[in-house]
Design a protein around this ligand. Structure first.
Ligand code: PMT
Length: 370
């Protein structure tokens, strides 16, 4: 099946999110305003996509991403003069709020106190930091530089990504797509998805069968399913009591994005691996397969310490943060690259280096394509 056919099948069989049209209208107005002002626009995708198991969703598959990369990057893009469309997983980290909403030292309310006059104010020890971050946030809001659009499921994400990327096309090479979301590779297609909560007991299943029988449908299961099967070498429960999930691959729509949705923009994706020995090879492979402009490789364990830029016709470019109070030795770097995490926290945010390096490549992209 061609990439276009795959796209058509996916989008015609997976329903769009409820607010897609409203989000697209917001994105259109945002892009038009910044294009008219000659400002660059970046679409930052952030956080994990869910894979629902039921149409009326009680359970879903999720992944680890909290959206740190995307939310942090969005702040540095704003600092670098970009207007930012922040397409993010609902309730994941967001720019500016992230400093207080998910701090390891406490929740948001822990940063506040009730003053003597009864009003609420920031705790004195965090007041300076909060004032500084709040003022950056207010600037972004009042100057209309940050548009936040949420998604939840993989289907929502792909519909929103396509709609916004197509709008970004009007920016030509000045549009930048920075795809940091952790995108599910597998999903349950609608025709195989249960309508209601999947039942875990016979009682629940029998109740569903009785309701279906009353409605003239037959849901009863084959008795042979009660047998212990050979699904694994030592089954401890019969197959009928297990939840066996059958997932289809999510089509790789990056190709469609690069070729069709935003063909003149700069497209930068992330490649996540856990095995250090395959990271660079997989990043190069991704670049060749999708023919885009930049793959930023990162390892799950060390993603806050080091990333590698892989781009066509250039040497691999490793970016690494400084250490608190000590220098990197060759041996340290070797261990880091093998996925060994230093004991202390990083001395700074790696996005401080990633964003200027991306911007530099974007400058070159604009020069070559405008
Ligand atoms: O949020 P944090 O905790 O800070 O973590 C940040 C991060 C590790 C999630 C981020 O830095 C990162 O690596 N994001 C990409 C994760 C991912 O989806 O990697 P992948 O190797 O599975 O996919 C690579 C690329 O293919 C992605 O840009 C994705 O948009 C694209 N893809 C993936 C699946 C799919 N079905 N179609 C795609 O086009």
């Amino acid at each position: 099946m061609s990439a276009q056919d795959q796209e058509d099948v996916y989008f015609s069989t997976n329903p769009p999110p409820r607010h897609l049209e409203a989000h697209a209208a917001q994105a259109r107005a945002f892009i038009d305003a910044h294009a008219a002002a000659g400002r660059r626009v970046v679409l930052v995708t952030s956080g994990g996509t869910t894979v629902p198991l039921e149409k009326q969703t009680v359970r879903f598959i999720d992944n680890f991403s909290a959206g740190t990369r995307g939310a942090t990057s969005a702040e540095y893009f704003l600092e670098a003069g970009y207007a930012v469309i922040f397409l993010h997983r609902e309730f994941s980290l967001t720019p500016y709020a992230r400093h207080f909403s998910h701090a390891t030292t406490g929740g948001f309310l822990d940063f506040l106190e009730v003053g003597q006059g009864g009003g609420v104010s920031a705790r004195p020890d965090v007041s300076a930091k909060m004032t500084e971050i709040l003022s950056r946030y207010h600037t972004a809001r009042t100057e209309n530089l940050l548009l936040s659009i949420p998604f939840v499921t993989i289907g929502d994400y792909l519909h929103e990504l396509r709609a916004i990327s197509r709008l970004m096309a009007s920016l030509g090479p000045r549009g930048l797509l920075y795809l940091a979301a952790a995108v599910s590779d597998f999903f349950v297609p609608p025709e195989r998805m249960a309508e209601h909560k999947i039942q875990s007991t016979d009682l629940g299943r029998r109740a569903q069968e009785a309701a279906a029988a009353a409605a003239g449908q037959d849901l009863s299961t084959d008795n042979s399913e009660e047998e212990f099967d050979n699904f694994d070498s030592s089954p401890r429960v019969p197959r009928s009591k297990r939840l066996i999930i059958d997932l289809d691959p999510v089509p790789k729509l990056l190709l469609n994005l690069v070729d069709g949705w935003a063909p003149r923009g700069m497209v930068s994706s992330f490649k996540l691996e856990t095995d250090p020995t395959i990271l660079v090879t997989k990043a190069r492979y991704s670049l060749e397969r999708y023919q885009h402009h930049l793959v930023i490789g990162n390892l799950l364990a060390t993603r806050k310490w080091e990333v590698v830029f892989v781009s066509p016709g250039r040497e691999d470019n490793w970016l690494r943060v400084k250490r608190k109070g000590k220098e990197w030795t060759e041996e340290d770097v070797k261990r880091l690259r093998q996925g060994e995490v230093p004991k202390e926290e990083p001395g700074e945010e790696i996005e401080r280096f990633i964003i200027p390096a991306v911007k530099d490549l974007h400058d070159q992209h604009i020069k070559a394509n405008e």
